[in-house]
Design a protein around this ligand. Sequence first.
Ligand SMILES: Nc1ncnc2c1ncn2[C@@H]1O[C@H](COP(=O)(O)OP(=O)(O)OP(=O)(O)O)[C@@H](O)[C@H]1O
Length: 445
Amino acid sequence: MLQVKNLSGGYSDANILKNITFAVSRGEMFGILGPNGSGKSTLLKVMSRLLSYKDGEITLDGRPLQQYSSKNLAKLMAVLPQVTSEMFPFTVKETVELGRYAHQRGLFHTWSPKDEAVVQEVMALTKMKEFQDVSLQELSGGERQRAFLAQALAQEPDILLLDEPTNHLDLSHQKGLLDRLRRWTRQRGLTVVTVFHDLNLAGLYCDRLLLLNEGEVVCIGSPEEVLNETLIQRIYRTALENHPHPEVPKPNMVLIPESGKDDKTILDEKYLSRNDESVLFDSPTPLKTIASASGGSGLGWKEKFIISTGRPSIDKGEKTVAMQIDDDQLYTNYSVNHEGGFSILFVLTADRRLGFFHTWLFINGHVSENALIEALAAALEGKQTALKNKVRPKETDDGIVVAATQKGAILPSARPSSELGQAIRRGLLDCSEKLFSSMKSGLSN
Ligand SMILES: Nc1ncnc2c1ncn2[C@@H]1O[C@H](COP(=O)(O)OP(=O)(O)OP(=O)(O)O)[C@@H](O)[C@H]1O
């Protein structure tokens, strides 16, 4: 529908945009990303003919953009510019009505019942009806943004160009607007080209993304292709990680603050307290944790890890992982294993019949999401090996924790061949051996 070919130019002589080529299909939601000053708004202005260009070509439905009269172009294309805090002397309804200009007929631009109906509809859609007689000057930034969006929608365009449409909008209005735009692309064939600053919103809602840098196209593709951790780090020159969205298969870039990684806390036995009936590890810092337990299972940031005989009478808050041992006595053993650059605190706890064999691993290091899962697999495997020759009840209910400080050495993998994977298997075997001998002596006492 919209084709941009070898486009170069910008403001007067400045070559802001450099040889840009891409095409947008009908019904597509297409996002433009890039750091500040990379040329996103300039590109949108050129595409909406607010700005001329030096070289290249833009065609709409196969026809060069310059060949459209302003009125015909306005029937096909509407633009929501970056809304500034400038004051406008119109009411909301007057502002929205301006969007109908291209559709009005005759010398006197007669206002038709259809014009009125469309204006009412778009004001309702953008939840601006109640503000229709209010002056733009008296609106908040988000309300003003919605008034201009209503104006653009009143044009009933085939293609909508938006410059940071969610700027000024609160979360519910961001979601409302983007859900609606996407629905219209699907149901009405509306084409949306929109500039985004928020990479995650762009990834969630757009079919394809274009990443600009210094006026050049760096990458065009699906959100998964463009929101690539290494690429985004390089272009935005900042530390971030991709932690895919928990509910939908979309990338999710998170910023990594500088301060978090400087903390020198090392997890060791001083945070561990034990008696005959309970074991508590009270971490001085939240730990990235994967756990299978009677309380606090799953993936999350945890601080307290508890095992108790009988029902644990503890506050199973969101930050706690709780396990149980159905016996009046528990046996526990720990060891701290230092490896090159990282260390692991192992804590193993069992009852005398080995009906429960709870395994805790606290890693002083920064593990990737993959490594956390692999570490869990390594711990399970190490545990199976350690228990190979042991007689156990038929029904067992073992809990397991792998938790990491996310500080210090970067540990990208815990596969069997990796340093972390081997350290886990080895450490677990050693610690289990010591636990079993302490149990023997405990039983014989
Ligand atoms: N009116 C103007 N006259 C001359 N140069 C301009 C003008 N507006 C912007 N520029 C320059 O053009 C370049 C691209 O600006 P543009 O506004 O397109 O960037 P952007 O990617 O939209 O940035 P942002 O994320 O900050 O909104 C910048 O170097 C900017 O300084």
